[in-house]
Design a protein around this ligand. Structure first.
Ligand code: FES
Ligand SMILES: [Fe+2]
Length: 333
């Protein structure tokens, strides 16, 4: 895997939005875990009352790593070297409980939606300006739960926007994903940070062509939900979170419609096969991963007429880089 700059990728800031940093069941009350995103070491934790939080991991007095030298106690993280308590907003109290004025840690708003722990990132620390809504799959008994059998974490050398462009790329569905035709876009709404795209088409199966109807919802680049109806109803989240400007974590979460009369949480063989197939298309070596990890980023590709949605998609993307410095013009003489 490439661990080097993405050719042509000149952004200096990370996109604004909600990004997944954990699955809810990974954090019991009182638990914390280390993460590294947006070029920073972070601690994600759940207070004893059950609230999730994300903040910088190196405390502001001596720089200790709270993922190693901290313990969740009540609603704060207590440093086990000197007893200071770090609050969810990144401020500290000393071992007597008095507020102390040392550099506050940067904290990130965190929420839980459909069992995904999402954190809001804005380059300048601006507060959330939109939200993510969960779907019925997370609570409906008609679906196998995504955790743990439908959940997977992987590392990818890419940036979230490049991955999100998959939604606009109906041509690659025909050729890279081997459908029988280029899917028809039936819905396109990019009027808000939540993009809604519907398309349908036919893919081959051993038992003949299967008609599939897809609906994609993207909340920025961090949370992308696909619901599809073919053999079974299937809902799939792809959540990329940038580690730095070259690498990102990718979390996939899949909810598949239960087999009739199955009350267990382990997907049956058809559901498991659907999860595997979807995972292979995204993370396997030959299809989406290979496109995303190896392509150079082009600001102005030569789009074909069938790729016109891509142009609209790129316009929609600009809103997630509100703090991007303007490109430097070459000095004129
Ligand atoms: S040593 Fe810094 S808070 Fe404990
Ligand atoms: Fe794809």
């Amino acid at each position: 895997m490439r661990h080097r700059a993405i050719a042509g990728w000149n952004r200096r800031t990370f996109p604004t939005g909600w990004f997944q940093v954990a699955w809810s069941p990974e954090l019991e009350p009182g638990q914390l875990a280390a993460r590294r995103y947006w070029g920073r070491d972070l601690v994600v934790w759940r207070s004893e009352s059950g609230a999730v939080h994300l903040m910088e991991a190196h405390e502001g007095r001596r720089g200790l790593d709270l993922t190693r030298w901290g313990q969740v106690e009540g609603e704060s993280i207590r440093c086990i070297l000197d007893g200071w308590q770090w609050q969810p907003d990144g401020t500290a109290r000393d071992d007597t409980g008095a507020a102390v004025d040392v550099g506050a840690l940067r904290s990130f708003p965190a929420v839980e939606i459909s069992g995904l722990v999402l954190a809001w990132y804005d380059e300048n620390g601006d507060p959330p300006s939109w939200s993510v809504e969960g779907g019925e799959e997370a609570t409906s008994p008609d679906y196998y739960p995504a955790w743990p059998h439908g959940a997977v974490l992987d590392l990818m050398s890419c940036q979230p926007q490049v991955m999100a462009e998959n939604i606009a790329d109906v041509v690659h569905v025909r050729y890279a994903h081997r459908w029988l035709d280029i899917p028809t876009i039936t819905e396109w709404d990019d009027s808000s940070p939540r993009l809604e795209v519907g398309y349908e088409g036919n893919f081959p199966s051993p038992r003949g062509p299967v008609h599939a109807v897809f609906h994609n919802t993207a909340w920025g680049f961090g949370v992308m939900r696909t619901s599809m109806t073919s053999i079974r109803k299937f809902v799939h989240y792809i959540c990329p979170t940038p580690i730095d400007h070259t690498m990102m974590d990718v979390r996939l979460s899949a909810w598949v419609e239960r087999a009739p009369d199955d009350t267990g949480d382990r997907p049956d063989s058809i559901a498991a096969a659907l999860i595997r197939a979807q995972r292979d298309e995204v993370l396997g070596p030959n299809v989406d991963r290979s496109i995303w990890e190896n392509q150079a980023y082009m600001e102005q590709p030569a789009f074909r007429s069938q790729e016109r949605q891509y142009v609209q998609f790129r316009r929609w993307c600009a809103q997630f880089y509100p703090h991007e410095p303007r490109p430097q013009r070459a000095a004129s003489r």
